[in-house]
Each structure stands twice: as C-alpha cells, then as structure tokens.
Design a protein around this ligand. Sequence first.
Ligand code: IPE
Ligand code: IPE
Ligand code: MG
Ligand code: MG
Ligand code: MG
Length: 269
Amino acid sequence: MRHAVLGGGKRLRPFLVVEAARLFGRDLGDGAGDLLLAAAALECVHCYSLVHDDLPAMDDDALRRGRPTVHVAYDEATAILAGDALLTLAFDLAGRPEADPDPAIRLALVTGLARAAGLGGMVGGQILDLAAEGRFDARRRDLAEAEIRDLQAMKTGALLRFSVEAGALLGRAAPEDSRRLTRYGEILGLAFQLADDLLDVTGDAGTLGKATAKDAGRGKATLVSLHGVEAARELLAGLVREAETLLAPFGARADTLVATARFVAARDR
Ligand code: IPE
Ligand code: IPE
Ligand code: MG
Ligand code: MG
Ligand code: MG
C-alpha cells in the first residue's frame, strides 16, 4: 500500500452520522430513509472545506490525501468552483426525500448543516484561524487558550458536532440523549483538531498524506504552539476520558463511538 488515505480520506464525518443513528436503532438499508444521504452531505461539506483550505489565499498547501491539491492538479478557478459545487451538492443530498420521509427532519438537517458550515461554524472558524495567523501571542496565555478553543470549536468542531447531531436527528433521539451526543460531538471536535495539530508537529507526511510543520511555519495559533507537545497529549487523553464518561449511560451500544474517540486521539493519519 503506497498510501493509506490515497484518494479517500478517513470519512469520519459520514461514519459519525451513521454510528450516532445506529445508537437509536437505525441502520443502513432499514427502509426508514437512506442514512448515507445525510452522511454524504457531511462529507461533501468537509471536502469542500479542505479544497478551499488548501488554496494559496488560505493555507497554501500542495499535498492532500497523498495527492496534489486541487488547485495544483488543475488551477485555482477549478478549486474554487469544485468547492462551491461540493457545498451546494451537500444541500441537494440532505434535502432529498430519500434522506428521511419526514419533511421536518429534512428541514432540520438542511438548516443544521447550513449553520454548522457557515459563519457561526466552519467558515467563521476559518476566518478566525487566518486572522490569528502570525498575530498569536503565547504570553497572553489565558486569552490565547480561550481564543484557540473557540476558533477550533468553530472551524473543525462544528461539522463534527453536527455529524453526531444529524445521526441523533435521524434516529429520533430523545432530548436528553441528543444533548449528551452534542456534548460528545463537541469534545470529539476539540480532540480531533488537537490531534491534527499534534500530527503537524510529530506526524509523518507520507502517512498523513499532507505536509507537516505547516502550522509553525505560518504562525498558526494552536494549543500545541501554546502548551507544547507533552501538555497537548495530556489534554487529548483527558478529552478521551471525558468522551468515555459521557457515553457510559448508553452502555455497550456506544462501544463504536467510544472507540472512535480513542481512534481520534491515537491516529497517525
Ligand atoms: C482534516 O480533516 C482537516 C481538519 C479538520 C483538521 P481529516 O483529517 O478528517 O481529513 P480526511 O478527510 O481524513 O482527509
Ligand atoms: C482545517 O484545519 C480545518 C478546515 C475547516 C478545513 P487545518 O488547516 O489545520 O487542516 P489541515 O492540516 O490543512 O488538514
Ligand atoms: Mg487551515
Ligand atoms: Mg490547512
Ligand atoms: Mg492542520
């Protein structure tokens, strides 16, 4: 195997949609609506965010999933338009009757996805991420910590959180279960970006399928740049323990989601 993620990516967000729905008795091919439509919608938004994140005006990266980024393989106009097309396709998929027989659920999917992707979510987080570039001051520790957590909760956390929420929505989860899963999604989001920032320092570019040491090079504000690798690893372990505690009331039904939190922290790609 030349590259573990060549051409694919981990597909974590669609996986979370399906696994969260499975917690409430839904499954693929159960005849109650096609979980893969909402799952694919989440992956479309995520892939669009990567194509745009790699553009020269943003992180200016040449390698993604072991291949040249879209603007390198084609050109910038194609990358901008490919992103636009993926974003709009997401709402086409989430709004289709096959996604769920109940129009109210489809509406909640579409508006929830829009909010997670938009100014109050991923896009807003990317704005804050770029604005913090090079202006990050580790001496203002308390402020920096809160700023970084907020921007990461938006740029990465919002879509991961909504992936779990979409699964709960499709599974008709009770309000208390939904709130618990939302919190799990938030913790997973923070853990995911923390692991991404650690891998930028400690990971192997060949395994990751993207360049490393980008964050320090661009002066990105991350919890790793603020606290260092060891403290960031401890923070990550604490988040996994928090996720385990949150999911404990679901018992063995949540084993896969517990394993997902552990995977997110231990991953090397
Ligand atoms: C990378 O996401 C971008 C971040 C949100 C940190 P992933 O690590 O999920 O990327 P793929 O989809 O597996 O390539
Ligand atoms: C990206 O974060 C978050 C997105 C919304 C795409 P990064 O900029 O750290 O992701 P990588 O390291 O390029 O995958
Ligand atoms: Mg970025
Ligand atoms: Mg980037
Ligand atoms: Mg990164």
